[in-house]
Design a protein around this ligand. Structure first.
Ligand SMILES: *[C@@H]1O[C@H](CO)[C@@H](O)[C@H](O)[C@H]1NC(C)=O
Ligand SMILES: *[C@@H]1O[C@H](CO)[C@@H](O)[C@H](O)[C@H]1NC(C)=O
Ligand SMILES: *[C@@H]1O[C@H](CO)[C@@H](O)[C@H](O)[C@H]1NC(C)=O
Ligand SMILES: *[C@@H]1O[C@H](CO)[C@@H](O)[C@H](O)[C@H]1NC(C)=O
Length: 218
């Protein structure tokens, strides 16, 4: 405590002298009129350059954030069984189902994403067993669009599928769902970029409880 006081005391008087001294006033007052033109003529290019650099930095950040296109995020949020009927016959396993699918399409871009119609497919070991057209549309800037469709898993498509009978015995069917949306994003109206958004999910359909579990999207 006492050591600090001794150290600060010698420093304090010059500050007080400096504030009250008349020498400091001329430093602030007479110099600007005489030296302001001289300062500008020599330093203006420096200021100009600094402004250009700052503007370039802002433009760069703007273009990196706003003009950088990113593929919209497309994923299944929920799948429920609306209807299910099947026969686990060894010779002719048969299945008819309707799946209510809820998906979200999230547009991270600073501009609307217009997508063309494409099909959402449901597959069983790589064989398409159901598909539904998603329709075309637009997702506005940084918004999330909900896509709700019902996919019919048809009896005609599941005929002669190899593992179906044994999987039905196990009461669980592993299905995959896939959709690829292609479209264009309009960044600040003049810049257009082509983007694609892929939905690729797997799920397990319980035949006895009619529930969809382990919904996972890549
Ligand atoms: C399920 O299919 C069987 C024939 O395979 C039929 O008799 C039955 O009525 C169907 N059930 C429903 C709810 O459609
Ligand atoms: C049948 O299931 C096995 C795994 O249980 C898999 O390796 C095989 O590819 C399946 N075959 C067909 C035709 O789906
Ligand atoms: C989309 O699915 C419909 C049936 O729902 C089918 O007729 C059409 O060919 C499919 N389109 C493509 C590109 O696979
Ligand atoms: C979907 O994702 C899996 C990996 O989770 C990958 O093996 C498969 O090839 C993908 N399917 C398509 C059609 O891209």
């Amino acid at each position: 405590m006492s050591a600090e006081n001794h150290q600060t005391r010698p420093l304090a008087p010059p500050k007080i002298y400096g504030r009250s001294d008349e020498e400091l006033v001329p430093v602030f007052k007479p110099r600007p009129p005489s030296s302001s033109r001289g300062r500008c003529s020599s330093k203006c290019p420096v200021y100009f350059l600094a402004v250009v650099v700052v503007l370039a930095a802002i433009a760069l950040v703007f273009s990196m954030i706003v003009l950088r296109p990113a593929n919209p995020e497309f994923a299944l949020r929920d799948v429920s069984v609306k209807f299910l009927n099947y026969t686990s016959d060894d010779q002719a396993p048969w299945l008819s189902a309707r799946l209510a699918v809820r998906a979200t399409l999230k547009n991270p871009n600073f501009g609307p994403f217009e997508f063309k119609s494409s099909n959402l497919t449901v597959s069983y070991y790589g064989t398409v067993v159901g598909e539904k057209a998603l329709g075309d549309g637009t997702v506005w800037s940084r918004e999330t669009r909900h896509v709700d469709v019902t996919v019919a898993v048809g009896p005609s498509r599941v005929a002669y599928l190899k593992n179906l009978s044994s999987d039905m015995g196990g009461k669980v069917l592993e299905l995959t769902s896939y959709a690829k949306l292609s479209g264009r994003v309009h960044l600040i109206k003049i810049v257009k970029r082509r983007l694609t958004s892929v939905l690729n999910c797997t799920m397990s359909v319980g035949l006895s409880n009619r529930r969809v579990q382990d919904l996972k999207c890549r």
